[in-house]
Design a protein around this ligand. Structure first.
Ligand code: F6P
Length: 374
């Protein structure tokens, strides 16, 4: 008999293909294999704070292939939630909901930020595990996150389609790809989609070096180019300003320092808006080739999860149910090779996994002649 009888599930942060597959994976394993009850909480940590719950036992069929999350999601944090226009610490309310439903464990599906919030709840005395979800693939200590494979397929397909129109019109097409502060999605799609230039946050670029690569292509007879640019890619000066703002935020300890550092970071982020359009204009001026921009945006996150994501989400979910039945809490269920591994939340919370500049994907891109902007 399982020691845990009732578990809660929530999805937090940006939605991602595979969330429903993961809810189904953990839910079916918990109910069918371990005889537990499963309660869903709507809209991330807000649903837990405000007790927006639904029994999931009969709602897990038919959702494997469905995009988004049947639970809804939000970026709310338990300890800093906007309630009636005021920022409040709702940790106490979250604990009360957990106790009211007599939960033995809570499963949070999310990325590094969700792991940080989950750890706060562990410290408040709850039994919590997380599953790594994000299209950005930037969660540490897991081989992969679900959502990434689908977004990679979508972004690659977009680059394939942009090739034929760029080629026909002899244009540069600059395609902006998501990924937050990491370049995994742009690098992966850029390689798979044969982008001529790939720009990622981890490798600051200069417009001159990109223009030179494009002009070299023109001289060699290819009068079009595809530039895959990550939303967080920057030139060296902007990258330095961004790193300094981030370091200031990390170092801030008093409420005044934290508030000021958040303001500085927001200003740096705001200055970055429109960067892809500016880049295209600059490349047009430097190369003489007409330029166009495509911003892929939320299309990368929506829709049916790929087979790879359904498989990953299902095996992480089912492994999560195993850990709960064994009484293992305070961990993220990481993908490790064909298996899974529990990783302490302390080692994941608030951390990010950038692309190492000497990563094999970077080297492969360079070896096939792709310009990385440096
Ligand atoms: O983390 C997933 C992600 O899609 C990032 O790639 C992107 O920067 C961000 O979320 C967008 O956030 P929001 O949904 O809040 O606009």
């Amino acid at each position: 008999m399982a020691s845990a009888r009732r578990i809660g599930i929530l999805t937090a942060g940006g939605d991602s293909p595979g969330l429903n597959a993961a809810i189904r994976g953990i839910g079916k394993a918990a109910i069918g294999h371990y005889g537990m009850d499963v309660i869903g909480f709507r809209d991330g940590f807000r649903g837990l704070a405000e007790d927006r719950s639904m029994r999931l036992n009969r709602r897990l069929s038919g959702i494997l292939t469905v995009g988004g999350t049947i639970l809804g999601t939000s970026r709310d944090k338990p300890h800093r939630m906007l309630v009636d226009g005021e920022v409040m610490d709702m940790t106490g309310a979250v604990v009360r909901t957990y106790e009211k439903h007599r939960l033995d464990a809570l499963v949070c599906l999310g990325g590094g930020g969700t792991a940080k919030n989950a750890l706060r709840l562990v410290r408040a005395g709850l039994n919590v595990i997380t599953l790594p979800k994000t299209i950005d693939n930037d969660v540490v200590l897991t081989d992969a996150t679900f959502g990434f494979a689908t977004a990679l397929d979508v972004a690659t397909d977009a680059l394939d389609r942009l090739h034929s129109t760029a080629h026909s019109h002899h244009r540069i097409i600059v395609c902006e790809i998501m990924g937050h502060r990491a370049g995994w999605l742009t690098l992966g799609a850029g390689i798979a989609g044969g982008a001529d230039v790939i720009l990622i946050p981890e490798i600051p670029y200069t417009v001159e070096s990109i223009a030179e690569a494009i002009s070299r292509r023109v001289r060699a007879g290819s009068n079009f180019s595809i530039v895959a640019v990550a939303e967080g890619a920057r030139n060296p000066e902007d990258a330095q300003a961004f790193a300094a703002a981030e370091a200031r935020k990390r170092a801030a300890s008093t409420p005044e320092e934290i508030q000021a550092s958040v303001g500085v970071l927001a200003a740096v982020e705001a200055a970055h808006e429109g960067n892809t359009l500016r880049l295209a204009t600059q490349l047009e001026a430097l190369t003489g080739l007409e330029s166009r921009v495509t911003i892929l945006g939320y299309v990368q996150r929506g829709g049916t999860p790929s087979a790879a994501d359904r498989l990953l989400a299902t095996r992480l979910g089912s492994a999560g149910a195993d850990l709960i039945s064994e009484g293992v809490f305070g961990v993220m269920v990481a993908a490790r090779g064909d298996g899974t591994e529990p990783v302490p939340l302390e080692q994941v919370a608030g951390k990010r996994k950038p692309v190492p500049p000497d990563h094999p994907w970077v080297l492969a891109a360079r070896h096939v002649g792709t310009c990385l902007g440096d």
